[in-house]
Design a protein around this ligand. Structure first.
Ligand SMILES: Cc1cc2nc3c(=O)[nH]c(=O)nc-3n(C[C@H](O)[C@H](O)[C@H](O)COP(=O)(O)OP(=O)(O)OC[C@H]3O[C@@H](n4cnc5c(N)ncnc54)[C@H](O)[C@@H]3O)c2cc1C
Ligand code: FES
Ligand code: FES
Length: 505
């Protein structure tokens, strides 16, 4: 197949790019090539949100991010590679003036009115996150609560203004005269860009469109790197200054983005976004909402995939402990061969897994909630929002009628070279009454299960102590007699200065 230019919709027209490196970031292209310097560079690693832009695609049926036929999602331009924009629309802060008919957009006007900006460096990023919230809430005739806004802005950092005026602006923008975003011309342009064939860009970037094409290409190019949402790999370029060589992008394979219930399982395609995958998990296990909303930030969850999180296999990744506690299986594909294995068997050592050359992750299968099982997930990090875990626990338990433990799965990240089960702690409670004495035995056994590391996130002693505390919390929430309600354990209810972020019950 011949190489062709990348084509996408930007500032009211279709642009064509040739010759840029496949790992050129959207941010560098915007600022240096397109001379649109409204989008800022802060950290260059997805953390600060100064580079927040919105990517538009034709909405698929049931797309949670759909706005009048267009799927709109914030992403961090600093770690998004340019060829991944092919066939999509890119919106930046420069677009808002046109959308608002030449005036300030309500998101911008509200920031002015509420004094939401001081040095202004973070402001374009905040404004783009606010615009995304504005469109999504307007599309379903809702307005966000203060807590929802705080969650939606959790990927944007401001170091001078403080968040109260910015949250005020997020609420005030809905009181401004409405700025109607006409999606029709964008949809028409995106339709004109639709192509059946795969993208080959230069010698080093391939974006197959079907699963079979991907499987064939991957088998033929086992040395190439699989690229999904680039929320890990982007940093290999911007911070590690690495040459990634040949890339196979999985983000255009529609089959890999599907999430569906089938045969008693929730099937999550490996290229489904983290946002969609966590939404689907939390809809079935509501106790997962906290970990969902505290996994990175909306722009990272929009770009990143659950397949990438699992394949990357970081010992501090948040999906693996939760998925292991849910007894998930991983589906691996190599050419025509498909094999599955329990996720707990997938990791062999630090950042090493059982993927064979030419193989890739096709999806994750999660058994649907079973009667009698209780599930919790706890994330511990230095900062509440948008932070990598010091440790993360996925804990599941089934109690028999007589109150003994009939089934248990206790999986932890941040405690060893890989995410793994606490097998001795599990053995300590299995078949025993679910009492304080059993939990104490499990807590003691955790010291045999794990010898955690001390690093910049936490000391070994802290990690072990916190893992024990999480077991205690799990017992308090799930014991037969007098289980504690979520409100008794929520951080919000014990941090009075934060409670103004929560809507009254
Ligand atoms: C600011 C920031 C905050 C973050 N916060 C969190 C957090 O709170 N919790 C957390 O767990 N992680 C976090 N991460 C890490 C990252 O977002 C996740 O690991 C994410 O899931 C990676 O997915 P991706 O699609 O972006 O993968 P990519 O970066 O595209 O790829 C990651 C790795 O997976 C491989 N890969 C991807 N897809 C496949 C596939 N289908 N088959 C085989 N191999 C594949 C790639 O080759 C690469 O080795 C954060 C990252 C950033 C930048
Ligand atoms: S520059 Fe900080 S998130 Fe992109
Ligand atoms: S206004 Fe200065 S960083 Fe936000």
């Amino acid at each position: 197949m011949n190489s062709r230019a990348i084509r996408f919709f930007h500032r009211g027209q279709v642009v064509s790019v040739e010759g840029a490196a496949p790992t050129r970031t959207v941010l560098d292209w915007l600022r240096e090539d397109a001379r649109c310097s409204g989008t800022k560079e802060g950290c260059n690693e997805g953390d600060c949100g100064a580079c927040t832009v919105v990517v538009g695609e034709l909405a698929a049926p049931g797309d949670a991010a759909a706005v009048r036929g267009l799927s709109l999602r914030t992403v961090n331009a600093c770690i998004q590679f340019l060829p991944t924009l092919d066939g999509k629309a890119l919106f930046t802060v420069e677009d808002l003036k046109d959308i608002a008919g030449g005036a300030l957009h309500p998101a911008q006007q509200a920031m002015v009115d509420c004094h939401g900006s001081q040095c202004g460096f973070c402001t374009p990023g905040f404004v783009m996150s606010l615009w995304s919230a504005y469109e999504h809430h307007s599309a379903c005739a809702s307005t966000p609560s203060r807590q929802q806004l705080a969650d939606e802005l959790s990927g944007n950092l401001c170091r001078c203004t403080g968040y109260r005026p910015i949250l005020d602006a997020g609420q005030r923008m809905f009181e401004q005269p409405r700025a109607e975003f006409d999606t029709a011309p964008v949809i028409a342009a995106l339709r004109s860009l639709q192509r059946a064939e795969s993208l080959v860009y230069g010698a080093a970037f391939h974006a197959p469109r079907t699963l079979d094409e991907l499987a064939t290409l991957r088998a033929a190019k086992p040395q190439a790197k699989i690229l999904a949402g680039s929320t890990d790999m982007g940093l290999w370029v911007t911070k590690g200054l690495r040459d990634l060589g040949e890339l196979i992008h999985v983000g255009e394979v529609a089959e890999l983005k599907q999430i569906e219930e089938r045969d008693g399982m929730l099937h999550i395609g490996s290229a489904a976004s983290l946002e969609d995958a966590w939404r689907a998990l939390a809809a079935r296990w509501p106790a997962l909402e906290d970990v969902w909303l505290r996994f990175a930030s909306p722009p990272i969850r929009n770009a990143g995939t659950m397949g990438g999180n699992v394949a990357n296999g970081s010992p501090i990744g948040d999906s693996p402990p939760v998925l292991m506690a849910l007894a998930a299986r991983i589906v691996l594909r190599q050419g025509a061969r498909v094999r599955t294995m329990a996720l707990r068997d997938f990791y062999v050592d630090y950042m090493k897994n059982r993927l064979e050359p030419g193989e890739f992750v096709q999806g994750i299968e999660v058994p649907l909630p079973q009667p009698g099982w209780q599930m919790r997930a706890y994330k511990i990090s230095k900062r509440f929002d948008c932070d990598i875990s010091a440790l993360c626990g996925g804990l599941a338990l089934q109690l028999a009628d007589d109150g003994t433990v009939a089934g248990v799965r206790l999986a932890f990240g941040g405690m060893a070279a890989t995410v793994r089960h606490a097998e001795r702690a599990e053995a300590a409670v299995l078949g025993k009454p679910w009492t304080q004495a059993s939990v104490d035995a499990a807590k003691a056994a955790l010291g045999e299960d794990f010898e955690p590391l001390t690093d910049m996130r936490a000391s070994a002693e802290y990690r072990l102590q916190v893992a024990r505390n999480l077991l205690q919390r799990f017992w308090l929430e799930t014991r037969r007699e007098n289980p504690l309600p979520a409100s008794a354990l929520s951080v919000w209810s014990v941090m009075p200065h934060q409670t103004n972020l929560k809507e009254p019950a």
